[in-house]
Design a protein around this ligand. Structure first.
Ligand SMILES: *Cc1c(COP(=O)(O)O)cnc(C)c1O
Length: 363
């Protein structure tokens, strides 16, 4: 049934059972769907995050970026000022969103290989004491760097900032203590570590903060508050057509995450995948862009092994052997990326290592 293993960070390889869950049609106003599927998902997401009624969830049509845009444009009011500390494409994209929406904001762009540190945040806060909101990316998928969100959370504690975290590529695959870290809005999507198929994003929000967002958004379809209000009032009813098949697949994916043993167990498997990947690639002479201590167990950037390395040829050769990888996305050095999240296992990475060794021998 599989054309190839997707070693990209979303969409990713999903299980047969997740794909099979899409083989039924659902009515968007019937309670079997709204109460039996959507509401259950909303509750399960809170449970996965270890949260109670202090927090709530909103599901929103579109890819992850839609949910990030909906969050920023709803959470930052005209009297607020947003600080974005970026170290890759997704952090910069938050800057683009802020600019497009005319949000009062400051974008601090760090090097792509430098983590978002508490010092960088503190410095920006000293320079701009009127900051009310901080947004950052947890795992910057651009490079695979894991930003120290715990340390940043400690640094801003007690300052009364609204804390927005793009945990798109980490939620469900890396434990995040949302309450302890004081995160007010966490954004993720269906097709990353929960291992669903693409089609919607979701936001876990502190209820009291989301309640303040009524009437803020200048967008109708991306109004996170209105979407939430409708879901609450309609017991899981979406405003506008919901991606029913994708939602049903996600319901199955959440169940499979629980069956696996929850976020900790999935994190362990991703770490094993990652260890098998890096060990295999290093054996074939590849080097990682990042030092191990900055590296996430989600996606890894590898440097081109020689100046005239032909990525396209390497990509095609791997694809022929059943593995699809990802080009690089950074300006600092020529790289390519390999993701290790999804319905993939350490043995897959050992097979990948053999394929890579074989390709390099015959180059
Ligand atoms: C995947 C991802 C997004 C969203 O990307 P889409 O292509 O809109 O789904 C945002 N931030 C990060 C860190 C991501 O990995």
């Amino acid at each position: 049934m599989r054309n190839y293993l997707l070693l990209t960070p979303g969409p990713l390889s999903t299980s047969e059972s997740v794909r099979q869950a899409m083989l039924q049609d659902w009515c968007t106003w019937d309670k079997d769907y709204n109460e039996g599927v959507v509401t259950v998902i909303r509750e399960q997401l809170l449970k996965l995050a270890g949260l109670d009624g202090e927090y709530t969830t909103v599901l929103l049509q579109g890819s992850g970026t839609y949910a990030v845009e909906a969050t920023l444009s709803c959470a930052v009011r005209p009297q607020d000022k947003l600080l974005i500390v970026a170290n890759g494409a997704y952090g910069k994209r938050m800057g683009d969103i802020a600019r497009r929406h005319g949000l009062n904001h400051v974008l601090v762009s760090l090097k792509e290989t430098a983590p978002v540190t508490p010092e960088a945040v503190r410095r920006a806060l000293e320079e701009h004491p009127d900051i009310t909101h901080l947004a950052m990316v947890h795992c910057e998928t651009t490079t695979g760097i894991l930003n120290p969100v715990e340390a940043v959370a400690r640094a801003i504690r007690g300052r009364g900032l609204t804390f927005i975290v793009d945990a798109m590529s980490s939620f469900g695959g890396i434990p995040i203590d949302i309450r302890k870290l004081g995160i007010d809005f966490l954004v993720s999507s269906a097709n990353k570590c929960i291992q669903g198929v693409p089609g919607f994003g979701f936001v876990i929000a502190r209820r009291s903060f989301l309640s303040r967002c009524e009437g803020v958004s200048r967008s109708l379809s991306l109004d996170l508050y209105d979407q939430w209000a409708e879901m609450e009032k309609g017991h899981g009813k979406w405003r506008f057509t919901s991606p029913t098949h994708v939602v049903r697949a996600f319901f199955q994916a959440v169940k499979e995450l629980e069956d696996e043993g929850g976020v900790e167990a999935r994190h362990d498997r991703y770490r094993e995948n990652h260890a098998a990947l890096v060990e295999g690639m290093r054996r074939s002479g590849f080097r990682t862009l990042l030092p191990d201590e900055l590296q996430s167990p989600i996606i890894t950037s590898f440097l081109y092994p020689e100046e005239d390395f032909d990525f396209q040829k390497f990509y095609e050769a791997l694809k022929e052997r059943g593995f699809v990888i990802y080009p690089g996305k950074i300006s600092e050095a020529p790289t390519f990326r390999i993701g290790n999240i999804g319905d993939v296992f350490p043995d897959d990475f050992r097979r990948l290592a053999e394929a890579v060794a074989d390709i390099r021998r015959n180059k």
